[in-house]
Ligand binder design. Structure first.
Ligand code: PHE
Length: 404
C-alpha cells in the first residue's frame, strides 16, 4: 500500500470516527494489509509543519514482528499446510520420496507438524490425508501478528517464537541509554612518538659529515646538517629508507656475502591526486649487493622483471637521486593514456651512502623502487589510478614533482 492510499485511509477514518485510539485497529484497507511502519510514515507526512492535518502521539507497547521465514509462511502458507495440499485425497496418497521431490525442504519440515496436527497419516509406504480439509492456523496467526504486532493468545506467541517465526521487537526501548555528548572530543589516535632518539652514534657522525662537508669522493650537500631534522619521525616517502637500514645491518656482519633484498610496502607523498598520482601507494623495492655489479646488470634485471609481468616496452632515462649515481627512471608505454608513463626509478647506490655504513668499497649495490600501482595500470589497461582509491586526496603539491 503506498503513502497516498495510507493517507486516504487515515483521513477517511478520522472523518468518520473523529479519533483513533490505536492505529493497530486499522488492519486492512481496500482488502490490503496495513503495514504499521508505513502507516507511521503516512501519519508523519500528514502532520508535517505546514500540513498539520492530523495530530498523533506515539504509544509504547510490546510489538511482535515476523522473521524472514515467518513472513514467507504468512504469504505462502505453512510447511505442514503445503504437505497436506500436496497429498492427493484418497487411499493412495503419495510416497514420501515423491512428496520430497515436489516440496523439497518444506516436505521435511512440514511432515512432523502435519502428523502432530493429525492432518495426515501413513498407509504403508505412502502418506495419506487424515482429514478432509485443514485450516492453516499458523498462517492466520502470523498474518495477525504481522498486521497488529500482537496476538490475543500468549501461548501462540511463545510457540511461534520457539519455531523462529516471530520475535519481540523493540526490547531496547526498555533499556536505559547514556545521553550522547556532542561536546566530547575524540581520543587522540595512538600515533608514533614525534621523535627518534636512538641512533648508532658513530654512523650518525659519519652521515653528518658526508652530508655537510663531503667525503668518500663526494663534495657533500654543503648544508648545515641538523640532528633535530634527523630525529623527526615522518611517514616515509619511499621504501629506500628500509633498504638503507638493511644495508647498514649487512655492513655490520663480519664477512660480506652477496645479497638480494626485496620489500613491498606502503609509502606516503604530498601529491595532488590525478589520473597517475596517488598520495598513498605501494612500492616494490629491490636491492642487489655484490662485488663487481654494473649498470648493465640493473638494466637487464629490470627488463626480465617487467617482461615476466607482461610489460614489454621499457625505456630508461637518466635521472638524479641524491643517493644513486648513475640513476635511471624507467618508463613504459600506456596504450590507454597514449603516453610513456614512469613506472620506476633505479640506480647504483653511491659510495658516500654505502661507505659510511661500513661496507667494503668494492661492494656495488644496484637498486630500484617501483610503484606497484603504475605497472598494474599498464598490465590491466586501467586509465585512472584512482579507480580503487577514492579516499586519497591532498590538495597542495609541494617539493619536486614526485616520481610516482
Ligand atoms: N627511492 C626511489 C623512489 O622512490 C626509488 C629508488 C630506489 C631509486 C632505489 C634508486 C634506488 O623513487
Amino acid at each position: 500500500m503506498n503513502t497516498e492510499e495510507l493517507q486516504t485511509l487515515i483521513l477517511k477514518t478520522l472523518d468518520a470516527k473523529g479519533s483513533v485510539s490505536n492505529t493497530r485497529e486499522l488492519t486492512t484497507f481496500d482488502g490490503k494489509e496495513v503495514d504499521q511502519l508505513a502507516l507511521l510514515g503516512a501519519l508523519m507526512s500528514l502532520s508535517l509543519p505546514g500540513e498539520e492535518m492530523v495530530q498523533y502521539e506515539s504509544i509504547e507497547e510490546e510489538i511482535w514482528v515476523l522473521t524472514e521465514e515467518g513472513n514467507e509462511i504468512a504469504d505462502k502458507g505453512s510447511h505442514e499446510a503445503k504437505v497436506f495440499e500436496t497429498i492427493p485425497p484418497g487411499e493412495e496418497g503419495i510416497t514420501i520420496s515423491d512428496l520430497q521431490k515436489l516440496l523439497g525442504e518444506s516436505a521435511k519440515i512440514g511432515q512432523g507438524q502435519a502428523f502432530k496436527n493429525k492432518w495426515i497419516t501413513k498407509n504403508g509406504n505412502s502418506l495419506v490425508r487424515a482429514v478432509e480439509s485443514v485450516v492453516d492456523q499458523v498462517k492466520i496467526d502470523l498474518k495477525t501478528i504481522r498486521s497488529t504486532g500482537k496476538h490475543s493468545d500468549p501461548k501462540v506467541l511463545v510457540e511461534l517464537k520457539k519455531r523462529k517465526l516471530c520475535d519481540k521487537h523493540g526490547e531496547w526501548k526498555n533499556e536505559k541509554f547514556k545521553k550522547y555528548n556532542f561536546e566530547a572530543l575524540g581520543i587522540l589516535p595512538a600515533g608514533d612518538p614525534a621523535n627518534c632518539t636512538q641512533f648508532p652514534t658513530e654512523y650518525l657522525e659519519r652521515v653528518k659529515e658526508v652530508h655537510s662537508v663531503g667525503g668518500y669522493g663526494s663534495i657533500g650537500y654543503g648544508y648545515d646538517w641538523k640532528i633535530e631534522e634527523a630525529q623527526k619521525l615522518i611517514l616515509r616517502t619511499h621504501t629506500t629508507a628500509v633498504s638503507s637500514t638493511m644495508l647498514y645491518s649487512l655492513a655490520q656482519q663480519k664477512e660480506f656475502k652477496p645479497v638480494k633484498y626485496f620489500s613491498i610496502d606502503r609509502v606516503f607523498r604530498n601529491e595532488t591526486v590525478d589520473a597517475t598520482h596517488l598520495a598513498e601507494f605501494h612500492q616494490v623495492e629491490g636491492v642487489i649487493a655484490d662485488r663487481g655489479l654494473t649498470l648493465g646488470d640493473l638494466i637487464g634485471f629490470m627488463d626480465t622483471f617487467f617482461n615476466k609481468m607482461g610489460v614489454k616496452n621499457l625505456r630508461f632515462k637518466p635521472a638524479y637521486n641524491p643517493y644513486t649515481e648513475p640513476s635511471m627512471e624507467i618508463f613504459s608505454y600506456h596504450p590507454g593514456l597514449g603516453k610513456w608513463v614512469e613506472i620506476g626509478n633505479s640506480g647504483m647506490f653511491r659510495p658516500e651512502m654505502l661507505e659510511p655504513m661500513g661496507l667494503d668499497p668494492e661492494v656495488r649495490v644496484i637498486a630500484w623502487g617501483l610503484s606497484l600501482e603504475r605497472p598494474t595500470m599498464i598490465k590491466y589497461g586501467i586509465d585512472n589510478i584512482r579507480e580503487n582509491n577514492p579516499i586519497c586526496r591532498l590538495d597542495k603539491r609541494m617539493g619536486k614533482e614526485a616520481a610516482h
